[in-house]
Write a protein that binds this ligand. Structure first.
Ligand SMILES: NC(=O)c1ccc[n+]([C@@H]2O[C@H](COP(=O)([O-])OP(=O)(O)OC[C@H]3O[C@@H](n4cnc5c(N)ncnc54)[C@H](OP(=O)(O)O)[C@@H]3O)[C@@H](O)[C@H]2O)c1
Length: 237
């Protein structure tokens, strides 16, 4: 059976690798992003469908959902690190930074999921991309990713009776993305790798394979969880 897979933020980095992994299964994949040029180029290169949609915009999200009959896998990968406005010290600047990070990293997933909730099939999966930043050093970005985990727990309780699993993949430092916008120094990169037990950065494929597993028949009893993929940089009990 051909599955329908919606990947927000599928034009680059982690979302793009996840889209490629499901496309390799001959799934019907739809990727989104905010930039028409990158949506068109990524969709063509991956051989999937593309739609321009800002996942923080209720009108655009509703229009996207209206195009879909059924969704078997929803991947909420859209996100990123919003930077302070100005010197970030006035109350208006603080508010703008928090609004931006909460919108891009929390509300994007909440709105997209709500928009397609009634189109999720039995045995479908919702996978949202969280961050190690939820556990430490997070600021407004980490707070948004931590809240994603809290939201996911409630979502899982709500949707599991209908056969839907809902999980977070909390990613450590992943190379090969536009996340740092060229702003990651060699020193900082070395420090992030040094924090891992296996002394390597994560790859987009590490996350794509985990997402693919969470949406597989072998993972039907895994729901409401945060799965950490970070090479040991953050450990759990
Ligand atoms: N890279 C890492 O080390 C790392 C670590 C932990 C977690 N993460 C998380 O992984 C996810 C994917 O990021 P990435 O590392 O792959 O970075 P990336 O290469 O910059 O990809 C981000 C993707 O999200 C899209 N996007 C951003 N805001 C959006 C919005 N409001 N609506 C729709 N699309 C949006 C981007 O396209 P447009 O900008 O064109 O819209 C792009 O396709 C994010 O949630 C990020 O927080 C990344």
């Amino acid at each position: 059976m051909t599955r329908t897979v919606l990947v927000t933020g599928g034009t680059s980095g982690i979302g793009r690798a996840i889209a490629a992994r499901f496309a390799a299964d001959q799934a019907e994949v739809l990727i989104t992003g905010r930039n028409p040029d990158t949506v068109e180029a990524a969709a063509r290169e991956l051989g999937v469908h593309g739609a321009v949609c800002d996942a923080t915009d209720t009108v655009q999200v509703a229009e996207l959902a209206a195009r879909l009959d059924e969704v078997d896998v929803l991947i909420n990968a859209a996100g990123g690190l919003s930077q302070p406005v100005g010197d970030g010290t006035s109350l208006d600047e603080v508010l703008a930074l928090w609004h931006a990070n909460l919108a891009q990293n929390l509300l994007s997933a909440v709105l997209t999921t709500a928009s397609v909730q009634d189109r999720l099939t039995r045995d479908s999966s919702v996978v949202s991309i969280g961050s190690i930043g939820a556990e430490r050093r997070g600021g407004s970005y980490g707070a948004a990713k931590a809240a994603l985990g809290a939201w996911n727990a409630t979502l899982s309780a709500e949707l599991a009776p209908a056969g839907v699993t809902c999980n977070i993949i909390s990613a450590g430092y992943i190379a090969g993305t536009n996340f740092f916008r060229g702003g990651l120094s060699d020193e900082r990169r070395r420090a992030l790798v040094e924090e891992t037990h296996n002394k390597r950065p994560g790859t987009v494929d590490d996350i794509a394979q985990t997402a693919h597993f969470l949406a597989s028949p072998g993972a039907r009893h895994i729901t409401g969880q945060t799965v950490h993929v970070n090479g040991g940089a953050f450990t759990t009990r």
